[in-house]
Design a protein around this ligand. Structure first.
Ligand code: SF4
Ligand code: SF4
Length: 130
């Protein structure tokens, strides 16, 4: 009977696992500037939407559309990144820049090729051990 209750409890808890997924970030920034030159937006699909976002959030005026990828998604860049890949407004960079790469990822994202950081995901076995 107790085993059965344990199974029910684990089955119930398993529904919350995706909400607890945490990613560890390892490594360090190599200062290549790729993340400031090639950005995607989670919810900005058209130029019009981008203009509207800039209207709502004036700090986003530092970004511009640099092109589209093969799937038609907009690619953004920041006008404050230097030729050397450094931030020219480092002390005044946005909170999203300070947090990058964020520990908790709520959307399918990945780091740029060659980025000095690495995202380490907890394996299913590690969750079971807890
Ligand atoms: S892509 Fe990675 S290594 Fe390059 S500047 Fe951004 S965080 Fe640093
Ligand atoms: S403000 Fe600085 S850190 Fe943020 S995207 Fe622009 S160049 Fe990069």
């Amino acid at each position: 009977m107790l085993d059965f209750l344990e199974v029910i409890k684990n089955e119930f808890l398993s529904y919350f696992v995706p909400e607890k997924v945490e990613y560890k970030i390892e490594g360090e920034c190599k200062k290549c500037g790729k993340c400031c030159r090639y950005m995607y937006s989670f919810d900005t699909y058209t130029e019009k939407e981008f203009k509207f976002m800039q209207f709502l959030f004036p700090s986003y005026r530092r970004f511009y559309i640099r092109g589209k990828d093969e799937s038609g998604n907009l690619i953004f860049a920041c006008k404050y990144v230097t030729e050397e890949g450094l931030c020219s407004v480092y002390e005044k960079r946005l909170p999203m820049c300070k947090r990058y790469p964020a520990k908790k990822i709520y959307y399918p994202g990945k780091l740029h090729e060659g980025c000095g950081y690495k995202i380490v995901k907890k394996t299913f076995e590690e969750y079971l051990k807890k």
